[in-house]
Structures are given as structure tokens and as C-alpha cells.
Design a protein around this ligand. Sequence first.
Ligand SMILES: [Fe+2]
Ligand SMILES: [Fe+2]
Length: 475
Amino acid sequence: MSGINYSEKIPNNVNLSEDRTLQRALEQWQPNFINWWDDMGPEGSTDTDVYLRTAVSVDPQGWAQFGHVKMRDYRWGVFLNPGEQDRKIHFGDNIGEKAWQDVPGEHRANLRRIIVTQGDTEPASVEQQRHLGLTAPSMYDLRNLFQINVEEGRHLWAMVYLLHKYFGKDGREEADALLQRNSGSVDNPRILQAFNEKTPDWLSFFMFTYFTDRDGKFQLCALAESAFDPLARTTKFMLTEEAHHMFVGESGVSRTIQRTVDVMNQLKTDDVAKLRAAGVIDLPTLQRYINFHFSVTIDLFGADQSSNAATFYSSGLKGRYEEGKRADDHVLKGNSYKILSVENGTLVEKEVPMLNALNEVLRDDYITDSKGGIERWNRVIAKAGIPFKLTAPHKAFHRNIGSLSGAKITPDGRVVTDAEWMAQVGEWLPTNEDRAYVASLMGRVVEPGKFANWIAPPVMGINRQPVDFDYVRFN
Ligand SMILES: [Fe+2]
Ligand SMILES: [Fe+2]
């Protein structure tokens, strides 16, 4: 079951050939996907051979095989983790009942919506990142970008498989629409706003893969608990791919910091103008990028009170992060949870029914997890002997969804007037000048083993290859 069959047009470990109708439907979708990749995938990459990993099985050990391939020849396919025998629903109103192998009629609309929303983010991020290859800071980084892009393409396949197999005609239409919406399109944009923003430079890319791919991790973890077993199994395998995306983000920011603190020590200065003249990204600018990406990403978890969140949980569609490890009744009927709002000019906590606050629960779990990397970045700064600490902004800072939407709150959690906000926002969020400066650093470096001036080399190469390996071959 876990081995992947590569002899078919669509690689899979779900015995696709046993269901001819489904196989044919997916084979009809396949050329549309390739057309989308050609039109909206990484720009100017058609002839390049990239050192990519491909899944050979879904076993935790040795699922990947590495080799140089053209991205459009990547074997996108359908890979599910093996099913658990007699798996039971372990949360919500149907707790203890058998997990579903098919979609119950009453949950069809909600499940479809969940799958489409998740599926929409996958090609969206490829579209957001499509120009970045032109300004890669190294061949190593270029390869990592491309690896992420092909895997996001595969995540789209994962969701499209579910739509085709379990949602009939509606599902096929939704699968087509996933290739028709485009990130940033005026007429037909992606579903979630964060996926319509630009990823204009590599610092944004690293922040995006650290913070926003981590939102992906938390959403996938919540779906991996689902009573709808095929969704749980497919998201479990997606999570193994997602780990690499967050690694690229965390190590990318870490290497940026490393280079900055090295230059700070060489020049014995923390003067922003001097550091910019030396072509590195000053720590206050990094902090502003963190503030931006953190706040935009935590909005993705949705409103702090949501009746949909309650429905999704109680009906077993979407669990909490690490649902199985929690010691409560997994029904949550009488429980409460604290959420924040602004009353009379101050931030106040109020208790609300936990079921309605499950978006907030997931957001808080995300926040705890994302702070870990910021602490690891601080170790790079501390090791260089520099007295500066990066921090996550307050949860209420720069929010655009839920009860904090539009409130003017500083990164350290003080409610301020509109005038104070306007006067200081340039210290908290990237300014046009910051973005223009970062953009000015972006230039293509693709000689093996060479790195742009603003970023340090990685400690190790990919798959134990040397750092100066030819990860990308330009033909
Ligand atoms: Fe993804
Ligand atoms: Fe990802």
C-alpha cells in the first residue's frame, strides 16, 4: 500500500487503475494542470534540470529519491498515508463511531468547502513565487524554491484527487476552478487574501515559508484528525513535505541574520545606514518583516469567534492541533476559552464557549510554535555577541479579521490612537523604503557555491551533497 506505482500516467498508491472512471477524469485534468504550470509556474525554468526529491513511498524512512529532473516532468501524483485499521472518530458529536470512508451527505458541502479552500492555497503560492527564480541568491536557494513549488503542485493534486473521487460533478468543477483562479487576479482571485499578496523578494519568500507555510502545517494537522479518513490520510503525507518548506524559511532567515551580524562585527557598527551601504539587511528591518508576516499569517486562522469552526469540530470534519494528545473530553460542550477584544481603549480578555473559539485555539497553538524559530534566530544574534532580540509582535497587532480587526495596537500590545499609529507605523511594519532597499539587493547568483552578499551559505547542502554542488543545471 505504501509503495508508489510510477508505471501509470498518474503515479499513485491508491490503486487508481482499479477505478477507470476516476482514472480517466484525472487523466483529463492532468494536461490542464501542466498548462497551468507552464503559464503560472516558475518563470524561465522550462529547460533547467533541478536536483529534486521525489516520493518513492510514503514510509517515514526513505520516501525520497533525489535526481536532476525538469520540473514539468516531475511525477506529480496521488499519495496517501496507509489507513489505520478500524479507525474511530476521536472528537466531536460522533466520537467513538467508525471513521468515514465516504462523505456523509449532510457534511458534503462543508467538506467540499474545506478541501477547496486548502487546495486553493497550494497553486496560489506557486503563482506568488513565480518570479523569484530570476533573483535567486544562490543555486542552492534556487533549487529549494523549485522543490517547494513542485511540492505545492503536488498538494494541489492531493486535494484534486479528493474532489474527483468523492464529490462527483461538483468536485470536478471545483478542480477545474482551482486552475482558473489566480493569485492577485482582479477578476478571479484566490480565495484567501494572504494568497493574493505578492512575494516580491527573497526575504519575503523566507518569511512566507517560515510563517505562512506553518499556517499550512497547522491547517493540515487539524485536517489530519478528520473523521473523513481519506482527507486525514492525504494530509498526513502532505505534512511530511511541508516540513521542508518551513526549514527553507527558518534557515533562510537564519542565514540572512548570520550575514548581517558578521558584517556588524566586521564594521563594529549597528548603524543602519552603514549596514545598508555594506549591502546587508539590518536587524530592525528584519523585525518589521517578522511583524508583517506574523500578523498577516495569524489572520488566516479566521475570526476568533466562529460558528463554522464549532460546526466543523462537532461534526468531526476538522480537529484541533494534536487532538489525540489532549486530555479533555474531545466534545468541548461546556468548555470556555479566552479571546481578546478592545473595550474602552484597552485590550480585555473575555471567556467565550470554546467550540466557537476553535480558530483562536489553533491560532494560539500556531503562535507558540512560530515563536520557537524566532528564539533560534535570536541565538544566532546572541552567539555573535550582539545585544538585539527579535520578537513576535503581540497577537492583537495589525489584525484584519475578527474582533481585533482594524484596532490600532502596537507590537508590544498597547492600544494607541490613529494619530500615534500613523506616526509610528514605519517603525513597526516594512516601509516602502525598506522594501525598495531589500529589492535593490536582489540579483541573480547562480554559480555553484556562490552566494549573494546579503546571505550566508548554508551549513550543509541538500541530501548530503556539498554546498557548491550543481543543484540546478541550465541547458
Ligand atoms: Fe502546501
Ligand atoms: Fe508548503
